[in-house]
Design a protein. Structure first.
Length: 153
């Protein structure tokens, strides 16, 4: 019964962790930024979209790169100790042997990061002027004499 309960709690907590995702701001300036996604990538990307929209404006950003990046190193040290006690047949003497094994491993720590850039807003204003068309040569206004004579420098 206790084993089933602990197994159920373990599976439940793993499912809860898998359903969570966050986006953490690593760097931000006026041209864009870098976000680190943690946990469920889909949920984290939703939050990253909100962060980028809050920084640059809705839809005014573009992802320039995305992927795993080296962020440092992890070092794990493990030490195992074993002891063995032997007693003589008469029970008067005993000896204990102790051995220690130490293992150390280092790996490159990586994180999923999204680099984005803010893009300039496109003007929604409509140009109300008439489009300029080139005039036929015979319809162009004649040049003034002042335009033809350039002052000496």
């Amino acid at each position: 019964m206790l084993r089933k309960l602990s197994r159920g709690l373990l599976i439940g907590s793993l499912m809860a962790l898998a359903a969570c995702g966050t986006a953490r701001v690593i760097h931000r300036d006026q041209t864009g930024g870098v976000l680190e996604l943690q946990g469920d990538r889909g949920k984290a990307m939703e939050q990253a979209n909100q962060e980028m929209s809050g920084h640059c404006g809705p839809g005014n950003w573009t992802i320039t790169s995305e992927g795993e990046e080296a962020v440092g190193t992890d070092t794990v040290t493990r030490e195992d100790q074993a002891s063995d006690t032997k007693t003589s047949k008469s029970g008067r003497r005993s000896s204990t042997d102790t051995s220690t094994t130490q293992t150390q491993s280092t790996r490159t720590a990586v994180a999923w990061r999204v680099h984005y850039a803010c893009v300039a807003l496109r003007s929604a204003r409509v140009d109300r002027r008439r489009p300029s068309r080139p005039r036929a040569p015979h319809l162009r206004r004649p040049r003034r004499r002042a335009e033809l004579i350039r002052p000496a420098r």
